[in-house]
Design a protein around this ligand. Sequence first.
Ligand code: FES
Length: 133
Amino acid sequence: MRFFVEHTLTIDGTEFVPTVNVNVLKENVPFLLEIEINHTSKRITLVKTNGIIYAISNTCPHQHRESLHNGYIENNCIVCPEHGWTFDLETGENVDSSIGKQKLKKYDLVIQNQIICIKLNSLFKEKWGFDFE
Ligand code: FES
């Protein structure tokens, strides 16, 4: 789903991007979301498992493929469909550190009025050097 940001939301002094309603997520089914703001876009994957929602990069840390939205969820981890690297959704760590220590990028989020709001600064600061704070 492509999502154009028309406004941000300030919660306790921090800016968030309001995105989709929690009801669009199905348990253990990754959901691809493309967020566009100021002509810059980023594709992330939302996952709901055991009732908890996570926002993660769609790019697998292994070979930097945009593949995680096609991954599957198992034991609170997401498994990349390309070569099976498996990342803990809570910590972002590769469960088999013997094959790689690269961590999955996660984004801070809050739920407000059923809307998943992603922390703006965690989305765009590193890659594009924007500083929204
Ligand atoms: S690209 Fe994800 S496991 Fe290789």
